[in-house]
Design a protein around this ligand. Structure first.
Ligand code: AMP
Ligand code: MN
Ligand code: MN
Length: 326
């Protein structure tokens, strides 16, 4: 629960600011971008000057999120105010996760951090952080409600994208009664759950099938760990952007024989972006934190500049042994 005085201070800071600069984590997912665009649309409707961005070197909205309304708020990181009067960050546990916009948090006069990562370092001047909620979108909805903003279908679409993404379509353990109640409020605005689901999960370019096939062919199952990797040349052959690989981990992690899944995806700069998932006791968030990344108990990631083999070896070395010893 976020204490009432924190909410009051947030409303106070927002009330006083003329220009508000919003940022979410790099390679944004539905929760990061959806929470930011929903909040930004409400703030703009209330007469604020609003810009929104994320700090990727290559500033492209992932194809599967291009259906989200409110993207006219977006500016490339180069046009983001260097010293914002008020900055609000979404779904980012550290300034690092903001990429190019990380340093702006140090220069902003005030920074409100809206997030649900347990590992959040509290880098803002005001924290609206609740690790018990399923998505940052839950907190964005509360902020919008407190701002007196109304949930129209476009804003609800953004929040819904955050909620379904982070709960894995209402499958993860984070799917509480409150999550379904929030979903009911959002769906009541008339949004199209079928169209959102298709945009997020049920379409991809033909090249994805080929890249997927190669990734599955390469998969190794070793001692309860399933892992595979996608070098950038595989994607290049089909002109497939990095962001198209987001769903790959969800296919790999279904393996019955594995407790933990890892997918290494080589980005356009040649770094390996690791996605990991755990089915139960193994805390991949803690493992990824040791490797310089972070995340949640069951879903986490990190960036590696080592080879594939060395990256997996480093990850494996941090796994508890299967007979239960640390
Ligand atoms: P992903 O595997 O990309 O879907 O990421 C799963 C979760 O891991 C995200 O929700 C983030 O919380 C976290 N995460 C992924 N990559 C990183 C990273 N490089 N650094 C910190 N946290 C990360
Ligand atoms: Mn996220
Ligand atoms: Mn999230």
């Amino acid at each position: 629960m976020i204490p009432e005085p924190a909410w009051r201070r947030a409303l106070d800071l927002i009330g006083k600011a003329d220009e508000i600069a919003l940022a979410c984590h790099v390679s944004p997912d539905g929760d990061a971008l959806g929470s930011m665009l929903a909040t930004g649309s409400v703030l703009r409707a209330q007469g604020k000057r609003v810009v929104a961005s994320f700090g990727d070197r290559q500033f492209d909205v992932p194809r599967l999120l291009r259906f989200l309304p409110g993207q006219d708020l977006l500016v490339p990181p180069a046009d983001f105010p260097a010293e914002p009067e008020l900055m609000i960050t979404f779904d980012s546990s550290t300034p690092d996760r903001l990429g190019l916009l990380g340093p702006n948090t140090a220069k902003a006069h005030e920074v409100i951090v809206v997030d649900h990562h347990l590992s959040n370092t509290g880098f803002g001047t005001l924290s609206l952080i609740d690790p018990h909620v399923a998505a940052t979108a839950v907190l964005a909805e509360q902020l919008i409600y407190r701002l007196g903003g109304s949930l129209d279908r476009d804003i609800a679409t953004c929040l819904y994208a955050g909620l379904v993404t982070d709960t894995g379509s209402f499958r993860h353990a984070s799917t509480t009664p409150e999550v379904h109640q929030m979903a009911a409020r959002l769906v009541a605005t008339g949004l199209r759950t079928d169209e959102i689901a298709r945009e997020l999960w049920d379409r991809s370019p033909f090249g994805y099938l080929k890249v997927l096939a190669a990734a599955l062919e390469r998969a190794s199952l070793e001692d309860g760990l399933i892992w595979t990797y996608v070098p950038r040349v595989d994607r290049a052959a089909y002109g497939l952007p990095y962001t198209e690989l987001e769903g790959l981990i969800d296919i790999v992690r279904r393996t019955d024989e594995a407790e933990v899944a890892v997918v290494l995806k080589e980005d356009d700069q040649g770094a390996w972006q690791a996605s990991s998932r755990s089915k139960g006791a193994v805390d991949v968030g803690a493992i990824c934190a040791v490797l310089g990344g972070g995340g949640h108990h069951n879903a986490a990631g990190f960036t590696s500049h080592l080879s594939v083999e060395d990256t997996i070896a480093a990850f494996r070395a941090l796994l508890p042994s299967r007979d239960g010893e640390a």
